[in-house]
Design a protein around this ligand. Sequence first.
Ligand SMILES: *Cc1c(COP(=O)(O)O)cnc(C)c1O
Length: 440
Amino acid sequence: MASYDERAIFETCESAIRSYCRNFPAVFTSAKGASLTDTSGRRYIDFLSGAGTLNYGHNHPAIKQRVLDYLASDGIVHSLDLHTTAKQRFIEELISTILRPRGLDYRIAFSGPTGANSVELALKFARCATRRHNVVAFTNAYHGMSQGALAVSGTRSKREGAGMPLAGVTRLPYDGYLGDADTADLLEKMLDDHGSGLDLPAAIILETVQGEGGLNTASGPWLRRVRQIASRHDIVLIVDDIQAGCGRTGTFFSFETMGFTPDIICLSKALGGMGMPLSVVLLRPDLDVLAPGQHNGTFRGNNLAFVAGTAALEMWRKTSFEASIQDVAARVRGKLADIVELHPGHGAHVRGRGLLSGIGWTNAAIAGRVSKEAYARGLIVETSGAEGQVLKLMPPLTISPQELEAGLAIVEEVVAAVVVADVPHNRHAVLEDATANASM
Ligand SMILES: *Cc1c(COP(=O)(O)O)cnc(C)c1O
């Protein structure tokens, strides 16, 4: 079948904002676990996982069965925010399996189905609770594409897409942005110094690992200092755990091993279990200041997502689930370290944390070439970072050892092929590296 014809309807009828499908243009038909199939029957290994939405893989059998049973029983599908047993069970599971065992006491606010909805609501809570408007956000942050979420995000081209000023935000450098300098010093100084020009913020919003921003990681000491600084100035600390949460870094929340607790947490992506849209804001009870209906939305009662999300959270009842994620992460990180050691050119280095890891290069083009060539060999793996300079591996947390090995083998082969192909242009590449280093 000519793939040109298959894609014509998308290319001629769908808006130019199409994004992922440009790099992975197959027309997909079905998927199971970490495997996708296209119309020609070709199989792909999925290391994209819906950018962290498919943490339990495609159509996880236990999750899917619960959704099928629920539909078969005429369970209510849409309910605005009416009480339903599906929603009740989801809340109970979130509290008993995730929050209480971790000693966390948060109210649960259903924000609307997307991650951006969750970020918007988190910002509303912080602004209304503190009666301040400014928010501190960090370089290379990604928080979503609606106006408020875009205002706290960093990517220039995406911000330009707003078509209007994105106000109410002060940008400060994330951990590591200025090399060895501790950027928490700057945050502290600017908040303490009444001449700094920094309006006292309602909130500081951050990701502990910047998934879209290039797998930049914040250290425990930096995060704990930001926590202390926020507390001292009565600033609400929001952790956007939409991508790094739900087990991606090896624990349910990405901050669990970092020795601090946020005031507000945004969760989405994998929360809906098998790709069902579901988002929440978890907030300190005293920040729950909005009036009834002051935030609302038609799709805050997606009961299929509650059912799937509950089935997914149940996997966390066994502590062995966390250990199994950490085993997979250790395997991935070990392989990435080996690849970097074998092919150290272009400043190759391992980035990220847990199963939100990858390889960065100073020559930004390398990651894109690796992604493209990996796709040709049947592996879907994307790039991240402002220049697309990082190859980002996000296999399902539940991937089988065989599929993991097969996917990693493709990464290894392709990196070798791309780096070798780059040899004739070596002089050029060295120059590119020098420029990249100079601008860092
Ligand atoms: C994906 C993502 C969002 C936005 O979620 P959408 O569902 O795409 O609106 C926000 N923050 C982070 C960290 C994300 O990865």
